[in-house]
Design a protein around this ligand. Structure first.
Ligand code: SF4
Length: 362
């Protein structure tokens, strides 16, 4: 049995490229989706985040439900809406249920990919119930899948350094398992390129493997590179690294090894490995297709979370841009649904080509 953790990088990447070809051929999938970030108010204060705003500070606003519905209505052709926000103590559980119901009513063809385990943890606390009951309620309201964000690194020692108020690793696992048991699948993520060590990444992978072997509920694995520009953690790590360029290079080197490792270590249980053009840029995302990725992610109209941390790669791509990037690298682009099914084109309204990427987030 080969030890992929110790393998020289070039050999590891060759293995990953070969394995991806064997599993997925030259097909690279993507989804036509949008974000709808309904609140920037957040009391958690993660050091890597430029999106959440403390209550009462500039930009700390939550949207009315009709405002969110109106924004989503500007892109009625999307097949998926990703709903995520900060942790606003003033937003009652009914707001979340009503938001989902309003979107379902207005756009019954859209899949709602909604609320991270951190948001679900906070909803449980507000409603005084456990994750199983909460997931049942969210599913009944119309949630289709949940984003597996807030995982960061599933090692509490690391979590304490980068987001000490966030839910503990075991609670993240408990909520994801509850979702999967309720029939609500999720993505799996990792936030890398900050203070984590390779052994932390290894522990993280082992936890994801264990959950997947038990529930089979992960649709894909999405490594997310740390964006270091407009947040406390980035400023600290850039100082330590001797400048932002040195830090950028460290994050890039980590990405080049992490993607092929994910393909070789986790690909047997989570076959879909998603790149992130928002974090890596289109050029970096295309490059990562040779490192084991088989999914390009989504059009992500109204991307605001990465942009708020100084992400430099825009707030939405058109399907043609994604298809050109994938095709230009010699792969075949195929649009997919959230859960990796094929898209029945006739079910969705015709798309207007937007002149700019999309409107700003809240
Ligand atoms: S990552 Fe999420 S929970 Fe953490 S501060 Fe940002 S919005 Fe709040």
């Amino acid at each position: 049995m080969k030890d992929f953790w110790k393998m020289p990088l070039a050999e590891l990447r060759d293995c990953a490229a070969e394995e991806t070809l064997r599993r997925h051929g030259r097909t690279v999938t993507y989804v036509v989706n949008r974000n709808a970030n309904f609140t920037r108010v957040c009391t958690v204060g993660c050091a890597f985040c430029g999106f959440g705003k403390r209550p009462g500070t500039l930009g700390a606003t939550s949207d009315r439900i009709d405002e969110v519905v109106a924004r989503v209505g500007k892109t009625p052709w999307v097949t998926e809406v990703c709903l995520q926000g900060g942790i606003d103590p003033e937003l009652r559980p009914e707001y979340y249920f009503d938001l989902v119901k309003a979107l379902r009513e207005a756009f019954p063809w859209m899949h709602l990919h909604a609320f991270s385990p951190m948001e679900i943890d906070s909803l449980c606390e507000k409603a005084g119930c456990g994750p199983e009951e909460m997931m049942g309620k969210l599913r009944a309201a119309g949630v289709g899948t949940i984003p597996g964000t807030a995982a960061e690194i599933l090692v509490d020692e690391v979590r304490r350094k980068i987001s000490r108020n966030k839910l503990p690793a075991a609670r993240w696992v408990e909520i994801v398992q509850a979702a999967h048991r309720a029939g609500v699948r999720s993505s799996a993520t990792i936030l890398f390129g900050h203070v984590e060590r390779w052994e932390d990444i290894r522990s993280h992978f082992e936890i994801l493997r264990r959950v997947q072997e038990e529930t089979g509920g992960f649709t894909e694995f999405v490594p997310l590179a740390f964006v270091p520009y407009q947040n406390r953690l980035g400023a600290l790590l850039a100082r330590r690294a001797g400048g932002i360029k040195a830090l950028e290079e460290r994050i890039r080197r980590r990405a080049m090894r992490l993607y092929p490792l994910a393909r070789m270590v986790l690909g047997g249980v989570i076959p879909n490995l998603q790149t992130s053009w928002v974090k890596l840029g289109v050029v970096g995302a295309v490059e990562s297709l040779g490192w084991g990725c088989n999914d390009f992610g989504g059009t992500l109209y109204e991307e605001a979370i990465t942009r708020s941390s100084g992400g430099k790669h825009g707030e939405g791509l058109e399907p043609e841009q994604i298809e050109a990037a994938i095709g230009g690298a010699g792969y075949e682009a195929v649009e997919r649904t959230t859960v990796y099914g094929s898209v029945e084109k006739g079910l969705f309204p015709r798309r207007k080509v937007l002149s700019a990427s999309c409107e700003s987030a809240s």
